[in-house]
Design a protein around this ligand. Sequence first.
Ligand code: ADP
Ligand code: GLC
Length: 504
Amino acid sequence: MKILMVTSEALPYAKTGGLADMVSSLSIALAKLGHDVRIVIPRYYPIDKTSLTPLPGALGVPMGGIEEWSAVYEERLPGSTAKKPVQVYFIDHEIYFGRDGIYGIPSQPDFIDNPRRFSFFCKAAFQLCRKIEWYPDVVHAHDWPAAMATVYQKFAERAPVAGGQIPGGFERAVSILTIHNLGYQGVYSKANFDYTGLGWDVYFRANFDDWDMMNFLKAGIFNADKLNTVSPNYAEETKTQAQGFRLDGDLRQRSKDYLGILNGIDTSIWNPAKDKYLGEKFSVENMAGKAKAKAALQKYFGLEVNPKVPVIGMITRLAGQKGVGELFGPNYGSAFSFCRDFALQFVLLGSGESWCEKEVAGLSARLTNFRAQIGYSEELSHLIEAGSDFFLMPSRYEPCGLNQMYSLAYGTLPIVRRTGGLVDTVENYDEKTGSGTGFMFDILDPSSIYNTIGWAMHAWYNLPEHIAEMRIRAMKQDFSWEKSAKKYVEMYQSAISALPAAGA
Ligand code: ADP
Ligand code: GLC
């Protein structure tokens, strides 16, 4: 199959979260299965174009009333092989993408022209295929910034546009939407719709309207041939009012075509036996490297280097979704209390909401066993996963979550809230039998976090044989992409077989 991934993020070029890891690692896994996978992504300003190959000529993209022009660059995705390549195309439009920030910058977290930037990008994806004369069987869009691709496909590429011709090439292509996070829908003034170049009848027929606003994700949900989210449990949760972010009814309406497929992890990057960032690699057979990583981590953060004191790690966007209000919120956050009361060390790597960055800096100043690095660091994230004993993820909601899977692979036991993909990947500890791979709680509030950390500390200090067994069990879990990539292939195939017969 020929598969085009339309995405606003992909590793190693542009990343704000797990979307970037997922798109690149899924693409590589599909290529390994023998499919021709290509990715299209904006050429954001920090992506160095001098190291890419330019395609000859410009790309014309007809938008409402105007023709936009862009350059296109390409290269083979690092991590994919010459035999099973994943080709990446970069859409280079100076006005839309020649600036810092993927979706925004700290002073303007959501760029005012995002509806235009991403509508343009989605239209450009189709024009790109025409330019390179490569027509996919599957156009696979990720999250709201790419959701417009499903609409273009249905109303402009596959069906006759009022009074016009079908430009051709996509009549037999199916559209897939993967929802990585229902909390971000792309809701803007509908005044932005004119720019899409689609008639206003399409605005209503495609179900954009959301209380008089234009909702990109909602339109994607209605117009994709098939859709999915990134874990089976989150797929169920999103169909409830409590977790549906107002789109639960729409998702229930599409439930026949709506699946949950668990993300995999890239085991060439996240594997303690091969990790290029680790001084000494480790595995179930030889755990000495983990102890070394712990010592290195303690040293890095200026903590007492002591194997007996448990280290709890956390790597996260500092956003409400991740439970940071309950952890670090002024007046009632639990981090201060559990660091004060338990013999543990806590290390955090993250960046995000400025109130939270300030609280975290305050905690570092007040507590000797709480250390944080604000910012983004691929290298440090590997050291935290490897060197910690526990990994904290008290998410409010979690479509899949990658960090708990990375943690399990490194024998670092997750302490998580029972939500979303965390339920599909972590098995709760049972003190009577010693079974499980992590520690879970239900209610997101400071005292539940405090108590669950207390429970993990109890096991650490009093039942060390359980901790050792859980570690080995965790490291033996298989979260590689193989199984899940096949489920994507099945979803693509079922969408293709549901197309009306040619000429019908
Ligand atoms: P989400 O996509 O909701 O943020 P995931 O768990 O799916 O959550 O993915 C988060 C990804 O981003 C992981 O690969 C994690 O290691 C990475 N990450 C988040 N914050 C940082 C940071 N400050 N430094 C390095 N990596 C980070
Ligand atoms: C989103 C979700 C996260 C998921 C990731 C990759 O960012 O918040 O749970 O793992 O996408 O699918």
